[in-house]
Design a protein around this ligand. Sequence first.
Ligand code: PHB
Length: 402
Amino acid sequence: MNINLKKLNFSRRTFIKNFLALAGVSSIGTALTSCSRKSSKNIKIGLMLPYTGTYAKLGKAIENGFKMALAKNGELDPESIDFYQVDDESNPAKAVDNANKLIVKDKVDILIGTVHSGVVMGMLKIARNSDALMLIPNAGAGAATGSQCAKNIFRTSFTNWQPTYPLGKILMEKGHKKAIFITWKYAAGSEARAGFEEGYIKFGGELINTLYVPFPNVEFQALLTKISAVKPDAVVCFFAGGGAVKFVKDYAASGLKDKIPLFGSGFLTEGVLPAQGAAAEGLMTTLHYADSLQNETNKSFRTKYYEKYGKLADVYAVQGYDTGLVLSQSLNKVDGDFKDRSGMIRAIEGMSVDSPRGQWTMSKAHNPIQNIYLRQVINNDNKVLKTAWDALEDPATGCGLI
Ligand code: PHB
């Protein structure tokens, strides 16, 4: 056995010391690679996440949630992990080089990443032909669990299709028959739009126009003027992180908020509510998570996350946490032998995860089958109104595993 997975009773002091050592590694930020201790017995985990730019906070929340799950009940000895870390800057042009560094040069056993759909496509090019196990804690690019799916690649988050597909039905229930979609021009935006349009048409709606802004630009004024001229019944969007703060504020400041209701995939209001303030109040979104979910796992997760990091947990923290759960549950199944990749893969296939988002299972294409919730911002909090879709599974078109 190469790694001590037994419930180690290491003293709180030792644990905190080790944990802080790991946290120190992570604070290097843009440094390309860093590693704690080197031992051939240690499991090597590569974290390829954005630590700068519009998605910086998303990357940090994923890392926090991930480390919190690894430390849970002292199941995984922090001394037996070597972390390697890359700031991917949400830059697709650097993705292949960054993934190469972690997989080929550093020879990580597990590659965790990333947030941005364009960057994950570059990572797939390297990871699909490697021996590393790759866990995607956010990026929703359909191809990762569709045409480019692979034995050693799993996603613990969502496909871009999943959160917006149920939104068309919600708009039609509210009598909004003609909508405009606005988003960044890259895979996450166009796939979120496609998911929305598919569901909307099915329930009788019409998407009359799509407006694109280059990623990560936040110059929305000209497009808001267009929306106000066309006067659709509703506006639907995909934005996240820093860009979501700016868009929600601009939408309210332009006076549109009181005239044309704004909907979105729930990333719009995740981790950014304090910055959006009153501009976000009342917004309705669909997502696989909501702060106010009343299951015991969510309540205890939110309390512990706040105690540990002094921040409110969001969907990114949940996805990082679930990534850590998936990894530790699979390691438990192979008795800690992380070189037994096929044993770990078998353990993850069909795995059921007791997540703060509610129980979810891993599909044959390696993507969560999960509930999508309708949420509304009430008193600066993402409150659940209802389950918009039960156990939604991505169609995984083109995946050879199904
Ligand atoms: C993506 O690029 O796939 C992406 C980024 C941020 C999100 C969701 C999806 O919040």
